[in-house]
Design a protein around this ligand. Structure first.
Ligand SMILES: [Zn+2]
Length: 192
């Protein structure tokens, strides 16, 4: 079955038993937000025990505190009342396997999907590619604990983020499903 049909048929079944979720209020009931990676192996609803209506989940490549992630977090507290935030990166993140320079080179070569081999990503596509990639900061990750600390620190220091919001830093292990704290990050994210 093509993906489009699979998704639409899964959605029809979901809507069939939607029940009282139609009554859910807009602000997240449990008052918190998670910033995490888009990696397909991570399911924040499952790893953090969320139901519809519980929390905000903001996802991007790496779970990085980009300007756009901060935009969502600010909306999350300012308009929808969240009071605690998590930054959750993970082991074996794809963002560890390239740098800005590599990504720029791959995209300059072609727009086709690159292959991940022993030596990292390699491009076998047919061009043309585009030089536009050099204007994007790809926010790659060299060290997981370091990236969590960096993002918690950036969020915490942001002028639109009030001091009272604690930001917790964690790493999700894709081999066990377990969350481990990055203590320096949680310390940096403590509410003052
Ligand atoms: Zn990832």
């Amino acid at each position: 079955m093509p993906v489009l049909d699979e998704v639409l048929s899964a959605n029809a079944a979901y809507a069939e038993s939607f029940g009282d979720k139609s009554e859910l209020p807009l602000p997240p009931a449990r008052g918190f937000a998670i910033l995490t990676c888009m990696d397909a192996r991570l399911d924040p609803a499952k790893y953090a025990g969320l139901s519809e209506g519980d929390a905000h989940v903001i996802r991007n490549a790496g779970g990085r505190a980009s300007d756009d992630a901060i935009r969502s977090l600010v909306i999350s507290y300012k308009l929808l009342g969240t009071k605690e935030w998590f930054v959750i990166h993970h082991t074996n993140c794809g963002m560890e396997f390239f740098t800005d320079g590599v990504m720029r080179g791959l995209l300059a070569n072609s727009l086709e999907t690159a292959a991940l081999g022993e030596a990292g990503f390699e491009d076998f596509g047919t061009g043309p590619g585009s030089a536009e990639a050099k204007y994007i900061d790809w926010l790659t990750i060299a060290d997981q604990a370091e990236s969590v600390l960096e993002d918690v620190t950036r969020i915490k220091a942001h002028p639109l983020v009030p001091n009272e919001i604690p930001v917790y830093g964690y790493i999700y292990d894709v081999a066990t499903g377990r969350l481990s704290e990055v203590p320096e990050a949680t310390a940096a994210g403590a509410s003052l």
